[in-house]
Design a protein around this ligand. Structure first.
Ligand SMILES: C[S@@+](CC[C@H](N)C(=O)[O-])C[C@H]1O[C@@H](n2cnc3c(N)ncnc32)[C@H](O)[C@@H]1O
Length: 231
């Protein structure tokens, strides 16, 4: 018997696989009518946050936030584990420099190691709808890995979903660490158990580590935004 085939995949692996399968219609979630007011406000808020900065985007997915975040950036490295989601992101209308050169570069990068980023350093970092998928027990180490790539004075912005009873997929259970899970159907009829956490501002602030300065939390109806700078 092949024991490997009976071992369930790590929740992180199954999450990555889930987003490959969902890539071609992922952005339906951004067309939910009740979320449009929040989305327009957040897109407008995001555009100037990284003016003149060199920014590392984690788990860019289909690049919903990439054109907004990169609008005034000097450089923007958009990364994701999955080429399938980035293939959609590459089709977006992306900002260019005044001389026509590209601001945004895409690269396959594992967010947990950032190994594929190489030696480059950044003075900005952005992650949309990624925090919620990182297991609580991994968040401090993941944040430290990210911060190691960032210069003093770097600006960090994370945004993610708030739980809204009338709009969110129900939470099915939680684990011993306090992570919560949803059972999500895909168009092919399969269902997937996805780790999805909904932190409070206080819970998020407690994870940030010693370099985070003056964290700010903006609560929209369907989303939250966290912004801080690094010492
Ligand atoms: C919820 S989507 C977020 C996409 C996009 N940032 C957004 O806000 O719409 C999560 C993304 O994480 C990516 N992902 C999963 N595991 C990853 C990993 N270990 N490293 C980098 N990206 C990963 C998936 O491919 C997917 O695109």
């Amino acid at each position: 018997m092949n024991m490997l085939s009976t071992t369930p995949p790590a929740i992180e692996d199954s999450m990555a696989d889930y987003y490959v399968k969902r890539a071609s219609y992922y952005e339906r979630v951004y067309h939910k009518p009740e979320r449009q007011t929040d989305l327009r406000a957040m897109e407008a808020w995001l555009a100037p946050r990284f003016a003149g900065r060199s920014v590392l985007e984690i788990a860019c997915g289909t690049g919903w936030w990439t054109p907004h975040g990169a609008a005034q950036a000097r450089r923007w490295l958009a990364t994701d584990l999955n080429p399938e989601t980035m293939a959609v992101a590459r089709t977006k209308a992306l900002p260019r420099r005044s001389d026509g050169r590209e601001i945004v570069e895409f690269r396959a990068v594992d967010a947990y190691t950032l190994a594929e980023v190489g030696d480059e350093r950044f003075d900005g970092a952005f992650a949309g709808c990624w925090w919620s998928h990182v297991a609580l027990q991994r968040l401090p180490d993941w944040l430290a890995t990210l911060h190691d790539r960032l210069d003093p004075g770097a600006r960090v912005v994370m945004l993610d979903n708030s739980f809204v009873q009338t709009s969110s997929t129900p939470i099915t259970h939680s684990d011993a660490h306090g992570n919560t899970y949803q059972t999500r159907p895909l168009d092919d009829g399969s269902t997937h158990e996805v780790l999805k956490n909904f932190p409070s501002a206080e819970q998020a602030f407690a994870m940030l580590g010693p370099r985070a300065r003056d964290p700010q939390w903006i609560a929209f109806e369907h989303y939250w935004v966290l912004e801080y700078e690094l010492s």
